[in-house]
Ligand binder design. Structure first.
Ligand SMILES: [Zn+2]
Length: 82
């Protein structure tokens, strides 16, 4: 079981939920997930948004209150390069 560091303290502030201010937010991934993303989703590190990418679709999901909004980051790129 791998442990993936999602949010550094800096990122936790940057990506804090606009509704409840929780730092427990994750990126929403669109497209067909590969094994890395499936594992991350199983462990709750990302949310899979479906196979189709919609324009202006939300890219952050709050695990505390369920709110979703648009705020891109490079988490997936880091995930694949680690
Ligand atoms: Zn929230």
């Amino acid at each position: 079981m791998s442990t993936i560091e999602i949010n550094t303290p800096t990122e936790a502030r940057r990506f804090a939920c606009p509704d409840c201010r929780s730092g427990a937010t994750v990126q929403i991934i669109y497209g067909v997930p590969d094994d890395v993303l499936r594992t991350a989703a199983d462990e709750g590190d990302v949310v899979l948004g479906g196979w189709l990418t919609e324009i202006d679709a939300p890219t952050r999901h709050c695990r505390a209150c369920g709110s979703e909004w648009v705020d891109a980051d490079e988490y997936v790129e880091r995930l694949h390069s680690s």
